[in-house]
Design a protein around this ligand. Structure first.
Ligand code: AOF
Ligand code: ZN
Length: 350
């Protein structure tokens, strides 16, 4: 069940506020629904009060809409459904959401992103045919450039969406020369990294980093307890991973290649949609040079090391035309640190 009673409202909401709530609901189920997209749905009663809020259940379970409708009960009659994705119009693993919305007597549907999946698309037309008012593309970019981006990328390309996470000082070092890195970024930034890991399907590092740092790559609370969702842990590279390495366990995979294209294809075959690459510097550079990085999440500490392990490290000579430039979509302050989220745009990237 992915119903969120704590998100229902006491006051009437504007459509924009309702969409923000739907985005929050979708965000909460991110990492638990793949290969289905993490979708949020809010049902507003005739007064505009949010009486049902839900997100997609794990695959095979219910979509967001029927769960939000269940919460709303009779109060959905004459109300509005606000959804982050166009309601599906197909009998897949579950019945069509369009029919559930019509049966509940909803008179208006607002969604952010049209469903690019040809099998599920066509919801708008069907709802309009049933005399339900449909407003599409409402705050589309907030959702399309936000947490739905990996799934949309996968729908277009059938390849995983790669987010590169870096953490370092203002002079671009991820660790000191002796590889100690413990307290470069502060507690808030580290807590955020762990929550972010739990939302992904896989966390990737190079085998060099596995050898040097022996990371666990689990998603944990600040007290060290493992979070309920744990992504796959993948090592990429040709070096052996020791039988007692911390990264090993049920959800460990080793992709034995140095070739980013091969690694991407292997991850696509594994059905991965939302992948976080965490380094080290060689792997980060290899992904950047292959233009395989779709988004970056860069944590920067207001500190200098002067020397150490760089955030990225390439063997190739570069000139300014080789620069990998991204478009900043968010800058957040986490304690003393800042987090820059930026997207690669261009071909196939929306
Ligand atoms: C919605 N609401 O919450 C989600 C939707 O196999 P199924 O039946 O689960 O359908 C999967 C497709 O449904 C998926 O590819 C996408 O197009 C849509 N997902 N649609 O109305 C939801 N998760
Ligand atoms: Zn549906």
């Amino acid at each position: 069940m992915a119903q969120f009673p704590d998100l229902v409202s006491a006051q009437p909401l504007t459509d924009a506020q309702a969409m923000a709530l739907a985005i929050e609901a979708g965000q909460r189920v991110r990492g638990t629904t793949y290969p289905n997209p993490p979708i949020g749905c809010v049902i507003l009663d005739t007064a505009g009060i949010a009486v049902g809020v839900a997100g997609t259940e794990p695959v095979g379970g219910r979509h967001a809409e029927p769960q939000a409708l269940e919460m709303a009960g009779a109060r959905a009659q004459g109300g509005t459904a606000v959804v982050t994705l166009e309601p599906c119009n197909h009998i897949g693993r579950t019945p069509p959401c369009t029919e559930a919305l019509a049966a509940a007597g909803v008179s208006r549907v607002i969604f952010a992103v049209a469903d690019p999946n040809p099998v599920a698309a066509g919801g708008s037309e069907w709802l309009r045919y049933k005399d339900i008012e449909v407003i599409g593309e409402f705050q589309r970019n907030q959702v399309a450039a936000g947490y739905l981006r990996p799934w949309l990328h996968w729908q277009r390309t059938r390849r995983p969406h790669i987010t590169l996470k870096t953490a370092g000082t203002l002079d671009g070092f991820a660790a000191a020369t002796d590889r100690t890195s413990q307290w470069i970024t502060g507690e808030q930034a580290r807590a955020r990294v762990h929550v972010d890991r739990a939302r992904r399907q896989a966390i990737v590092v190079g085998t060099g980093t596995v050898l040097a740092d022996n990371p666990r790559l689990t998603a944990r609370t600040p007290d060290g307890e493992e979070l309920s969702t744990q992504p796959l842990r993948i090592a990429i590279g040709t070096s052996e991973v020791a039988t007692d390495a911390n990264i090993r366990g049920d959800n460990f995979r080793h992709i034995r290649t140095h070739d980013v294209e091969v690694a991407l294809e292997t991850m696509a075959d594994m059905g991965l949609i939302d992948v976080l690459v965490e380094g080290g510097p060689r792997l980060a550079s290899a992904f950047l040079e292959a233009d395989a990085v779709d988004a970056i999440e860069s944590y920067i500490a207001p500190a200098f090391l002067g020397a150490g392990l760089p955030v990225t490290s390439s063997n190739h000579e570069t000139s300014i035309t080789d620069i990998s430039r991204f478009r900043t979509v968010a800058v957040e302050t986490l304690g003393d640190d800042i987090l820059i989220t930026a997207l690669r745009s261009g071909k196939d990237r929306g």
